[in-house]
Design a protein around this ligand. Structure first.
Ligand SMILES: Nc1ncnc2c1ncn2[C@@H]1O[C@H](COP(=O)(O)OP(=O)(O)OP(=O)(O)O)[C@@H](O)[C@H]1O
Ligand SMILES: [Mg+2]
Length: 459
């Protein structure tokens, strides 16, 4: 059973200590931060259930900070605990998105009750959201397609063990979300999750980024630096774009995975690690191994449990859920009430091929919501490429002609029939009655055809 983690943000050490002193005996895990910057890094690396923040912070206006929290970490409730005891401050804090407001000095019982009430409200909202959309929410991941449900089951299993995991998927499919979900549900949740983008950091800097360095180990090493492997102690390191790692570092990583120890650059003392490794890549690592670009031994070490995230175009049933989720999120974040989306516009979302997957969909909706004036999203609001693709979808024959010369008419018809049935089953989450309705045929006809075409709904 996980405890509730509270992030206490206050520049005054004594105030932080007092709040921690109230909370820890009640069973809460407390993480402290003294300013906006350090609290953001805590939010990036830890799973936080609730934030307690002072409004008087160094170098930033408290309300601007509150707004930032509500934009970037909308799911985490915020309780303002401040020394400025005035009604106007309380009203402004609540209007900016705080769940509630307490003035110092804090009464420990009042604080505990307020936290319980806020957390209970959040759980209720989450349940309502799940019920509304048919259990679409899983640790911040939206999607109820059979493929995503399998991913959730796998995450549940992997959270309970400590094995190395690698997440495969095209760009924007949610690999980092999956890594965060595994960490958040694991016994390591109270420790940091440290992400490292191996593709974005130049090879010559990555080694010291990962393992740290000793003072004087190279010309610009003026002081000792702690690397990400040390920062992740007790938690999880997320090695994103692992396929881009240089061969030299691949050897070093292999050693960490095998021996659970490493040395800082220029150091001689081995440092023991207690961390879980989750890696991700959009590359085909097996191919990279065959081409000699990725070490085979490292590949097997990482590939203990692979998770494959399907591209968005292969799970069309998730598209309407994601569209609605992002419309509601961005309309509340941007203060632009968008009421609805027309069926025609939704068709455009369904038929677009989504090369950038969920990230692309999210970005498009953010832009559309910002620019929208009418409160209704229609085709005119969408990027031309989406509308064009929808038009060509309507104009082309359903199955394009095959390139193989010897493919008979009958084979083409069978292939098309198979495609239609698979699509209907995907859209109806495998429920045959619903799939038959979508295809406008009897259930028995559908079952016969499935038998003939060897299509099963299991697995
Ligand atoms: N199923 C989902 N539900 C909600 N949001 C999602 C989902 N999948 C992805 N996103 C959002 O899309 C964006 C991209 O997700 P993420 O960074 O996890 O993808 P990625 O696979 O790591 O991409 P890349 O390979 O480009 O790093 C994020 O903002 C994430 O919150
Ligand atoms: Mg990523």
């Amino acid at each position: 059973m996980q405890t509730t983690t509270v992030l206490v943000i206050d520049p005054d050490e004594a105030c932080r200590a007092a709040l921690a002193g109230f909370l820890k005996p009640q069973g809460y895990t407390v993480i402290e931060a003294r300013d906006a910057d350090s609290s953001i890094s805590m939010l990036q690396t830890h799973h936080i259930d609730i934030i307690l923040t002072e409004l008087r912070l160094p170098r930033i206006d408290g309300y601007a900070f509150l707004k930032k929290l509500k934009t970037d970490y909308a799911a985490v409730p915020v309780l303002v605990v401040t020394g400025s005891a005035s009604v106007s401050v309380a009203v402004k804090a609540m209007k900016t998105g705080a769940e509630d407001f307490l003035t110092k000095p804090v009464n420990s019982e009042e604080l505990h009750h307020l936290l319980q009430a806020i957390l209970a409200k959040k759980t209720q909202q989450r349940r309502a959201q799940k019920a509304e959309c048919g259990a679409v929410w899983y640790e911040g991941i939206i999607g109820s397609s059979p493929a995503m449900k399998k991913v959730y089951q796998l995450i549940d299993k992997l959270a309970a063990v400590d094995s190395t995991v690698i997440v495969y998927g095209e760009s924007g499919t949610g690999k980092e979300l999956v890594a965060r979900a595994i960490h958040a549900k694991s016994r390591r949740a109270q420790h940091p999750l440290i992400p490292v983008n191996c593709g974005a950091i130049p090879a010559e800097l990555l080694e010291s980024e990962l393992f740290g360095h000793e003072k004087g180990s190279f010309t610009s090493a003026y002081r000792t630096r702690i690397g990400r492997f040390e920062l992740a102690k007790g938690g999880t390191i997320f090695l994103d774009e692992i396929g881009d790692m240089s061969p030299v570092l691949q050897v070093k990583l292999l050693r960490v995975l095998q021996e659970h120890e490493f040395e800082r650059v220029g150091g001689t003392k081995p440092i023991k690690t207690d961390i879980r490794v989750i890696a991700a890549t959009h590359r085909d690592l097996e191919k990279a191994v065959a081409e000699g670009k990725f070490r085979e031994d490292l590949y097997y070490r990482l590939n203990v449990v692979p998770i494959y995230l399907p591209p968005l175009r292969e799970r069309p049933t998730d598209i309407p859920l994601l569209v609605k989720h992002f419309i509601s999120r961005f309309s509340s974040e941007k203060g632009k009430p968008v009421e609805t989306i027309t069926d025609r516009a939704m068709e455009c979302f369904l038929h677009y091929h989504w090369p950038g997957n969920v990230r692309e969909l999210q970005n498009i909706i953010e832009r559309v919501v910002i620019l929208n004036e009418s409160g209704v999203i229609d085709c005119d609001d969408l990027p031309e490429k989406m509308v064009r693709q929808q038009r060509s979808h309507l104009n082309t024959p359903p199955s394009s002609l095959p390139s193989e010369q010897n493919c008979s008419f009958a084979t083409m018809v069978t292939n098309f029939e198979r495609q239609l049935i698979l699509q209907a089953l995907e859209r109806s989450a495998g429920v045959k009655n619903k799939a038959a309705q979508l295809l406008n045929i009897n259930r028995t006809t559908l079952v016969e055809k499935m038998k003939k075409l060897n299509i099963s709904t299991k697995g």
